[in-house]
Design a protein around this ligand. Structure first.
Ligand code: WT7
Length: 633
């Protein structure tokens, strides 16, 4: 996506400035750079700690930073128990609409009750502090309930996106060594059932660690229930043991601030997804502060983040962030265009959404249906809009601003990653906006753009986006692979965090993120590794070798194109290409399905045998193939 070199500027309106909780971003940034620890300590005061910290930041063992050292807390306590002691007890925490239009609501009191019950269920199954629990569900309220219950008992949740399939799920269950899987019979997506329980059954045939499967009944089609292993969620929640304890502080596990809260798998440059590990204390402080400051979230707001809880966006800004702030969050189960392309806008109107956060790919997708769909609805309640997942092209930005925001809502373009846990580069509403730029680092964050050797590049030049100091919601490690953590993020520039993105900085200090520089492809804002798609392809009996690349796509941002060498005895055909696409969908998930499969006799490789994806990419786009000195004859 080309970044406009001389963009238009949208200054904040007087109303937006008047409402803003941070009037002057630069002033906060200066405060934070003078004393980072004092800055974050002040933010941390907003929460309840069972024991205060001895030190805000311990950087004695870089890059294994520790935050709020010695403190004790529990994020679930701060999301629920803290609020039910106040008038917020009867405030709505969660409003949910199913794809078929069903409505469920939970006050803080009710949500806490469900979480306490499910925590009791987990404990009665033997789940204890530090155990890993895999959650593989559709977008239903039981998903955040399960996450919070895990946090409450001190278990580490590993949410696997419900759009992943058998092999992706199997790999994640096995790597995390979960004993328990929480799932649904199925989930509704675009009027069709995604057979989650069947996928779990198939994945479990490939691994043996799982003792129990808890199944939420959602879609109601018959599923296999293995006796002694599989239990219905509702049956368990009805047991006396579930109802036994009121939600008191004593049954919330007291956690060290640095104890793990969750792991979340994300794609990198190898075929094996890595489990990014986040903690109770620092993550809590970082996520809540960024949500409050970037979106100016107020007590009376209705917040809607359209992401899936299976991604970091959902973890941080559907589940934990809004609940930490005592906000009312809306969650929708299904597809944005079901049954018609006005579905989202009709819900914005119906539920009085005031702050709306989505992805550029969704905006581009809905834009294509024209303005009449949103214009049928009263969107005047909206006061703030957000974007995340990939660079937003100025055209989509302007449409979002004019048609959805009626020209009055700031667009908060938040740049961050699974690894960062919280927004890192984002406008605050009181700042001037430039379409396509995520603007400046959040106070306390120091970002820069480096060349290959680690020297900051000149204004306007493209280079590698880096982060130069630690932040509380930063990943702590890769689960079970600390070496990979060091190598992947902290070795290219020692002591500096390497993001894997390329970017430019303009004369005003605004950042323009361009995209990934590694073998990660952003498809509709979802992050996928070329190696994951390739390993799914080579697991098919006809495939000898495969290479995947991302090519620009009008709506998805990028789409996956693959090159396949067949084994002897197999002939290229349309039918085989179709079969391979279905195979990738079955192993990894529909989001990984290649757009195009090209059968080839050879792949461009280096002399050491590495596939040169950059050459494939250049050829596909008719561009110069660049330096070919390492290409094998
Ligand atoms: C990658 C991280 C963090 C939530 C969702 C994605 C790209 C993310 C933006 C943005 C330009 C963006 C980057 C980043 N990205 N937000 N506002 N502008 N690029 O998390 O799946 O870990 O992906 O998404 O390339 O590195 P993720």
């Amino acid at each position: 996506m080309p970044n406009d070199p001389q963009p238009e500027i949208y200054p904040p309106s007087p109303e937006v400035i008047a409402a803003a909780c941070v009037k002057d971003r630069d002033e906060q940034a200066v405060r934070a750079s003078r004393d980072l620890e004092a800055f974050w300590a002040e933010r941390a005061q907003e929460f309840e700690w069972f024991k205060p910290w001895d030190k805000v930041l311990d950087d004695s063992n870089k890059p294994f930073f520790k935050w709020f050292v010695g403190a004790r807390t529990n994020i679930a306590y701060n999301c629920l128990d803290r609020h039910i002691k106040t008038w917020r007890r009867n405030k709505l925490a969660l409003i949910w609409e199913g794809e078929k239009g069903e409505l469920r609501t939970f006050s803080y009191h009710a949500l806490n009750r469900e979480v306490c019950r499910f925590a009791n269920v987990l404990r009665s199954m033997g789940v204890k502090k530090g155990d890993r629990v895999t959650i593989y569900m559709g977008r239903v309220p039981e998903l955040p309930i399960a996450m919070l219950a895990c946090a409450k008992v001190g278990a580490v949740h590993s949410v696997v996106y419900g759009g992943f399939s058998v092999e992706a799920l199997h790999g994640r269950i096995e790597d995390s060594q979960s004993n328990i899987v929480i799932t649904c019979d199925g989930s509704w997506m675009n009027g069709k059932i995604v057979e989650l329980k069947n996928i779990v059954d198939e994945a479990l045939k490939r691994c043996a660690t799982v003792e129990h499967v808890i199944v939420v009944k959602r879609t109601g089609q018959p599923v296999q229930m293995e006796s002694g292993r599989d239990y219905w969620f509702d049956d368990l929640m009805g047991l006396p043991v579930a109802k036994s304890l009121p939600g008191t502080r004593s049954d919330t596990e007291v956690m060290d601030a640095e104890d793990p809260l969750f792991m979340l798998y994300t794609s990198g440059t190898t075929g094996k997804p890595k489990a990014i590990l986040h903690t109770h204390g620092g993550y809590m402080v970082g996520v809540a502060t960024t949500l409050q400051w970037a979106f100016d979230l107020k007590e009376e707001d209705r917040w809607w983040c359209t992401a899936d809880p299976g991604w970091i966006t959902g973890h941080s800004y559907i589940v934990y962030g809004p609940l930490l702030l005592g906000a009312t969050s809306f969650m929708y189960e299904g597809a944005p265009t079901f049954p018609y392309p006005n579905r989202w806008w009709s819900m914005v109107e119906k539920y009085g959404i005031t702050v709306f956060y989505t992805a550029p790919t969704a905006i581009r997708g809905l834009m294509r249906f024209g303005e009449a769909w949103p214009n049928r609805h009263d969107l005047s309640g909206l006061r703030m809009l957000g974007s995340v997942g990939e660079p937003i092209n100025p055209e989509a930005w302007r449409w979002y601003h004019r048609v959805i925001g009626k020209g009055k809502c700031p667009i908060i373009d938040t740049w961050w990653q699974t690894e960062t846990g919280m927004f890192m580069i984002t406008p605050l509403p009181s700042m001037p906006l430039k379409p396509g730029s995520a603007s400046k680092p959040f106070p306390g964050v120091e970002a820069d753009v480096y060349d290959e050797s680690g020297t900051p590049v000149a204004v306007g030049e493209e280079g590698f986006l880096v982060l130069k100091n630690p932040w509380p919601a930063m990943m702590r490690t890769i689960y079970n692979d600390p070496d990979r953590y060091v190598k992947q993020y902290w070795t290219k520039y020692p002591g500096v965090y390497f993001t894997g993105d390329s970017a430019r900085k303009d004369a005003d200090g605004y950042f323009w993120v361009i995209g990934r520089v590694d073998d990660v492809i952003k498809v509709s804002g979802y992050r996928l590794g070329t190696a994951e798609v390739e390993s799914a392809l080579v697991s098919h009996p006809a495939v000898a070798e495969a290479a995947a690349i991302g090519l620009p796509h009008e709506i998805k941002g990028h789409a996956i194109h693959t090159y396949v060498i067949l084994k002897a005895g197999h002939e290229p055909s349309e039918a085989l290409a179709e079969e391979l696409k279905i195979h990738v969908g079955h192993e990894t998930g529909p989001i990984a399905k290649p757009e195009k499969i090209t059968f080839v006799k050879q792949l461009p490789k280096t002399r050491s045998g590495k596939i040169m994806r950059r050459v494939l990419k250049a050829r596909a786009q008719g561009l110069s193939e660049g330096d070919l000195t390492t290409l094998e004859e």
